[in-house]
Design a protein around this ligand. Sequence first.
Ligand code: NAP
Length: 245
Amino acid sequence: MDSMNKGKIALITGASKGIGAAIAVTLARDGFDIWLNYRSDHEGASVVAREVEEMGRKCILLPFDVSDGEAVRSSLMPLLEEETPYALVNNAGYRKDTIMAMMNEEEWKGVLSVTLDGFFLISKLLLMNMLRKREGRIINIVSTSGQSGLAGQVNYSAAKAGLIGATKALAAEIAKRNILVNAVSPGFIDTEMTKDLPKEMITPSIPLGRFGKAMEVAEVVSFLVSDKASYITGQVIAVNGGVYM
Ligand code: NAP
């Protein structure tokens, strides 16, 4: 465990499974207490919470929809009166793939809202405290789709490209207050989100010849919230096996 992080808190959104769960467990290993947000998978979230607690760290479960302003505020404001997370990982997200000609407004707005409204609502709430304390790290989980654009994902690519722009603008805005903002951009990672993709067709296009593991993304987040990354801000760090360079 990294004693530098002992007692610090990390809030991770969408952490009942997949990449978010791996980030929660990895940051607990690093010494962080965890505020664990998710939307509906209580069982998954409880399993992650147990793993965090087995490492001797605290874990508070926070089930709410990150795109619902009222829910975000009523869940987080009472906690923020007492404590401020040092690290925020905006990880919650989902895909609703279809070609643009078939995409309905709900599929467009839903994907944008969870990614962009979620980022805005939660980061803004924590920011007031971080600015006062003059310290903090914000990590936004984006995607190769937001860097290269991917057919069938106009909504998801737009959402993640938007989040990359927001990452850079916010990094520029708050660097003087010692708050560092970066994006981590996974390629194809083995999680529930990718389990319906045609793996045998996709794998040959990945230079490293395989899908990535959630832990391989989590270790980069672990680095970016550590003291070792104290001069990195406004960057997009890809974890994609070389699929986009
Ligand atoms: P996942 O296994 O489907 O997990 C998604 C998590 O997000 C779940 O914990 C889910 O909660 C939560 N979530 C979804 N909508 C939410 C909402 N409105 N409010 C709160 N929580 C919400 O996905 P993943 O593969 O781990 O993806 C995590 C992040 O990495 C996403 O932002 C995704 O876009 C990004 N990413 C993934 C890949 C990949 O290949 N897997 C590649 C690039 C980027 P419940 O299940 O409890 O409802």
